[in-house]
Design a protein around this ligand. Structure first.
Ligand code: ADE
Length: 275
């Protein structure tokens, strides 16, 4: 069986290195600069994992300023085959309730200030221009395992969802929030893009565990989102995310991925235009 190594990008409050056994810190640098913090190498149920706290261990990195390229490149350089990430998100639909988990399958990109490709023509970057297909951004095979395990653990979850990704750090206006609903958005966060795009360019299987923390600001019968409400909800539900991760990681490792990984690599190489 091909070796599986799993990168974990931990979102706000869900980046506790304690989930890893045999922990070891590693400071790395990439052609794109430094990742958000030192990597933590370790194991979950015997499976090799590499953790990156998305906003840094002290939560000092703004969504706009996260070095998404360095985070993904560092995981790739460490030999990861998969990236499973956690994130808090707002809800744009009544049925996506605070505390629920969502395994998004689509995104709508509303970011404006981020570099979303490794193929930027600079020295040290890979040659050519990469038009990476994005019709199916999240790895459906990894999502299937997340859904299967969430069912087994009886966690309140949604097996799909369209994530609207905003630039932040501000939350949305009410008019924006209502517009995103009309566009078909189910949830909203500030970090999925360009993370998922770059993971695709790196040929990695990428899936997200999003925890609904609020109803954003579209509901007239609810308080609008605030940092306080986000923190309170995820503190009381973070144990679900940990439990899910601890069960999902060995399940991913028990599957054969060689053909899927090859397909992902081919999707990258066949879409590079060289001069
Ligand atoms: N993260 C958590 N809740 C959010 C919201 N309502 N908008 C954007 N990002 C979020």
């Amino acid at each position: 069986m091909g070796k599986v190594k799993i990168g974990i990008i931990g979102g706000t409050g869900m980046d506790d290195p304690d989930i890893l056994e045999e922990r070891q810190e590693k400071h790395v640098s990439t052609p794109y600069g430094e990742p958000s913090d030192a990597l933590v190498l370790g194991k979950i149920a015997g499976v090799e994992c590499v953790l990156v706290p998305r906003h840094g261990r002290k939560h000092t990195v703004l969504p706009t300023d996260i070095n998404y390229r360095a985070n993904i490149d560092a995981l790739k350089q460490e030999g990861c085959t998969h990236v499973v990430v956690t994130t808090a998100c707002g809800s744009l639909k009544e049925q996506y309730k605070p505390g629920d988990l969502v395994f998004p399958d689509q995104f709508i990109d509303r970011t404006t200030k981020r570099i979303s490709t490794f193929y930027d023509g600079k020295e040290g970057s890979p040659a050519g221009i990469c038009h990476i297909p994005m019709h199916d951004p999240y790895c459906s095979h990894t999502r299937k395992i997340l859904i299967e395990v969430a069912k087994e653990l009886k966690l309140s979850h949604h097996s799909s969802g369209t994530n609207v990704v905003i630039e932040g750090p501000r939350f949305s206006s009410k008019a924006e929030s209502k517009m995103f609903q009309m566009w078909g958005g189910d949830i909203i966060n500030m970090t999925a893009v360009p993370e998922v795009v770059l993971a695709n360019e790196a040929g990695l299987c990428y899936a997200a565990i999003a925890m609904v923390t609020d109803y954003d600001c579209w509901r007239d019968d609810h308080e609008p989102v605030s940092v306080e409400s986000v923190m309170a909800i995820f503190k009381s539900n973070v144990a679900h995310v940990k439990k899910l991760l601890l069960t999902v990681i060995p399940r991913i490792a028990s599957k054969e991925w060689a053909d899927i990984t090859k397909e992902r690599q081919a999707a990258v190489t066949s879409n590079i235009v060289k001069h």
